[in-house]
Design a protein around this ligand. Structure first.
Ligand code: 13P
Length: 231
């Protein structure tokens, strides 16, 4: 299966550490998107000419008086092709709202950057409830979107905890997300994220309706990812 592997470095790796990572990086002909901190984006490009560059955030505004913000045009100018939006950590710690997330997606689309929209229920809940929660997040974030997107299903309770859903739970939600996006007429790839690593990848790789993975902790380690790329 030709999976997409999107690596979310989160707030890890200095520019120097990213440079070292990229000098040894070998995607083994897999589709690997590296979503590094803004301060490291240059090092991805400079040390690996074929790497797919992602960012982890973007301003909902265009250029102007927004101290400390980075707009989509600045990302596009650096060769950024993908950008994570609406990660649960930003929803929680930066109080990002669905309205802001929709604006950020609009800015990215204007610059031909593919959004990687993160959705997922905060706690373990029954499918009827979690699917409603996720559907609402998708509808609010993508209300004005027609172009292709990537949606990452990241149940918040599985992020960084080692507590992963069963393949059946992953399949049910990813199939549901594909259905929602079909109804909205949006072309999309659906990723799974949440404690995906070298210990569980063989099992999770068998889950249906999954086009790839959004990876946190394991993505920081080249040797762990090399195992995973081998399949
Ligand atoms: P972990 O893979 O560390 O659980 O992180 C998942 C994640 O939040 C990716 O965006």
């Amino acid at each position: 299966m030709n999976f997409i592997y999107a690596l979310n470095f989160k707030m890890n790796k200095t520019a120097t550490e990213t440079k070292e990572y990229m000098q040894k990086f070998d995607s083994q002909n897999r589709t690997v998107i590296i979503c590094a901190p803004f301060t490291s984006i240059f090092e991805i490009k400079n040390n690996h000419k074929d790497a797919l560059i992602g960012a982890q955030n973007v301003s909902e505004f265009t250029s102007g008086a927004h101290t400390g913000e980075i707009d989509a045009k600045m990302l596009a100018d650096l060769g950024v092709k993908y950008c994570i939006v609406g990660h649960s950590e930003r929803r929680k710690f930066n109080h990002e709202t669905d309205e802001q997330i929709a604006e950020k997606i609009a800015r990215l689309v204007e610059q031909n950057i593919t959004p990687i929209l993160c959705v997922g229920e905060p706690n373990k809940m029954a499918f009827e409830e979690s699917s409603k929660f996720v559907e609402n997040q998708i509808k609010l974030a993508l209300k004005n979107v027609q172009s292709p997107v990537i949606v990452a299903y990241e149940p918040v309770w599985a992020i960084g905890t080692g507590d992963v859903p069963t393949n059946e739970q992953i399949e049910n939600m990813c199939e549901f997300i594909h259905k929602c996006l079909n109804e909205l007429n949006i072309q999309a790839k659906v990723l799974y994220g949440g404690s995906y690593n070298s210990k569980n990848y063989k099992t999770i790789n068998n889950a249906k309706f999954v086009d790839g993975f959004l990876i946190g902790g394991a993505g920081l380690k080249l040797d762990e990812m090399e195992l995973i790329y081998k399949g």
